[in-house]
Ligand binder design. Structure first.
Ligand code: ARG
Length: 585
């Protein structure tokens, strides 16, 4: 397991591994996991079947020998053999009680580092839902990896060096908005004030791109401007600086309102100085070829099922492409962080691009010790099954989406009488948290590669597998604990006495495994599932037991303790999902 904290299943696995080893069998057969049939047992170990195969022995006989050893350990309340040789296990309540009190989650550093590349919005263009997904999933992964003890560096990798820059520049030239920047004789310095605002850019960019589509001469001009910019033409470079600053200001606000943070605000252009030396290096290593005037690296391999076109490093007009900057970015990251892993949280439709980039990097050995991995994701679709758009058919801007979610959350709260005793300002804050929680949970709860349909009504419900349901569950526990404090009740470490307490504590002790599984599969949905089950198990415990009204003081205190432990785990998981819990509702 890669997480730094180990859960109950890992502890049981260690015990079972020893039992297999003592029988002269490989320890690897000792894997213990939560049972598929919780009605029959809490945990199961299926290793005797595989062990029997490799030892050509009877599986039930092996299971029996291993089971006899396990029975000697007081951690187990039940060790049973089922079917052809499964070992079913229950843990003793005393052992659960002992561990429930001690379940904490301080991450111990695991000595490994990862660069997570996500966000990836483009300068001068509004963020679209693809960037939203990248931001929500990437942010969750950075929180998860940190919680599991990794050293994480997140990088937004803005799109700021491609043809769209040349398109903007040539459109601005045509409009005559800022002639100074096109005057080859001007020696600078250029004005500090940007000649265009973000709103201007949002209007200019689509116009520029339409002009290039309609007129090949305009496209040629934009290509030329791109190459000139990349070659360092001062006026273009100065304009570019303005585009970058203006966009960054807007993007920081948008990601800020989503609660998403990046350690690095680099972009494609930031690695420009590394490109020439990298190309020289690639040439020296003999991996490049000239094809139709362009410099390329062939990446096709034997056994490829699909066509693998070569990666283009430099086009015949001298411009560099997306793949070139991605490669130079690997050089930069290896130089700056020397990570064990670089994880790209980017739309699955870019999979071929990353495959090409990774192959070049490995072929030329520029990736240091870093493993390169694309963690792709599917699309958020509208009810028409196509990538989500506004009603007017345009791209949905992030702040509009947040506003929509917030308004729907507020409506739901009204309908359900939630947070009705709060003032207008607090209520607005709650609605915002709930709206964001609904949006993030809906996005994270599907496996990332699965496409899903944007369903405002379902996402914002307070019942079912939703963000608002979990936020509300956490708030309810908060309010129980607040009342316990007001009434002067003490808390004590949780004690397992009933079936509901047992189920809840088992779930609490499974958190490390859930975090490890989510990390291993880069799969936030595992945590969504975990949080939902935790909330449900709490709700069963809550409906079957008295807590504050319990007359036995010791029992009451331990149940309050169980509320505290549950709240800590739920809040922790929601925090990894990037979901905030309102103080009250
Ligand atoms: N800017 C790109 C886009 O909008 C995403 C960048 C992803 N990261 C990367 N290293 N290529 O599609």
């Amino acid at each position: 397991m890669s997480g730094s904290v180990s859960g109950l299943a890992s502890e049981l696995s260690a015990i079972a591994r020893q039992a297999f080893a003592a029988e002269g069998l490989s320890e690897s057969f000792g894997q213990v996991q939560a049972s598929d049939r919780p009605d029959l047992a809490q945990f199961q170990c299926n290793g005797a079947l595989a062990a029997a195969k490799s030892a050509k022995a009877n599986p039930r006989a092996i299971a029996q020998k291993v089971a006899d050893r396990l029975k000697a350990n007081p951690i187990f309340a039940k060790v049973e053999i089922a079917g052809p040789g499964f070992i079913n296990l229950d843990v003793a309540d005393a052992a659960l009680t002992e561990r429930a009190a001690a379940s904490g989650f301080d991450p111990k550093p695991n000595g490994k580092s990862v660069v997570i590349d996500f966000g990836g919005a483009n300068v001068a263009k509004p963020m679209h839902v693809g960037h939203l997904r990248s931001s929500v999933i990437g942010d969750c992964l950075q929180r998860l990896f940190r919680a599991n003890g990794w050293h994480v560096v997140s990088d937004v990798h803005l799109g700021d060096w491609g043809l769209q820059m040349g398109q903007l520049i040539s459109e601005i030239g045509h409009r005559g908005i800022a002639p100074l920047y096109f005057d080859a004789d001007f020696k600078g310095p250029y004005p500090e004030q940007s000649p265009v605002t973000m709103e201007d850019l949002e209007e200019i960019y689509p116009a520029a791109s339409a002009a290039c589509k309609a007129d090949p001469a305009r496209l040629e001009e934009a290509r030329k401007a791109t190459a000139d910019l990349q070659a360092g033409r001062p006026g273009y470079r100065a304009l570019w600086e303005h585009f970058f600053a203006v966009s960054k200001f807007g993007l920081e606000r948008e990601w800020g309102s989503l609660g998403v943070h990046f350690d690095l605000w680099k972009g494609e252009a930031s690695v420009e100085p590394l490109i020439a030396p990298m190309i020289a290096d690639l040439k020296a290593r003999g991996v490049t070829e000239v094809s139709e005037g362009a410099l390329v690296v062939p990446v096709a391999q034997e056994g490829d099922k699909k066509e693998m076109p070569p990666l283009i490093l430099i086009k015949s007009d001298g411009a560099v492409l997306y793949g070139t900057t991605d490669l130079a970015t690997i050089v930069d990251r290896v130089k700056e962080q020397d990570p064990d892993l670089i994880l790209y949280v980017v739309d699955q439709r870019q999979h071929l691009h990353f495959e090409q980039v990774f192959r070049v990097a490995r072929k030329a050995r520029i990736n240091g010790k870093a493993e390169l991995e694309h963690a792709g994701f599917g699309t958020m679709n509208g009810t028409d099954g196509k990538p989500f758009k506004t009603r007017a058919g345009g791209v949905m801007k992030l702040h509009d989406l947040i506003a929509t979610m917030t308004a729907e959350a507020a409506k739901r709260m009204d309908e359900q009488g939630i947070a009705k005793d709060t003032g207008a300002e607090e209520r607005a804050g709650i609605a915002r948290k709930v709206g964001l929680g609904a949006l993030k949970f809906a996005d994270l709860s599907n496996f990332r590669l699965t496409d899903y349909i944007f369903d405002l009504e379902r996402f914002t419900r307070f019942e079912g597998k939703t963000g608002p349901y979990l936020q509300y569950a956490a708030v309810r526990i908060q309010s129980i604990l607040r009342r316990a404090g007001d009434e002067g009740h003490a808390s004590a470490p949780p004690v397992v006495r009933s079936a509901e307490e047992r189920a809840l504590v088992l779930q609490l002790l499974a958190l490390p495994e859930a975090m490890a599984a989510a990390e291993n599969n880069r799969a936030p949905n595992v945590l969504c599932e975990y949080a939902f089950e935790l909330a449900q198990k709490f709700s069963r415990f809550y409906s079957e037991h008295h807590i504050l009204s319990e007359s036995d003081e010791a029992v009451r205190a331990s149940r309050i303790g169980l509320c505290e432990t549950t709240l800590a785990a739920l809040t922790k998981v929601l925090d990894i999902l990037g979901i905030e819990v309102p103080e009250r509702m």
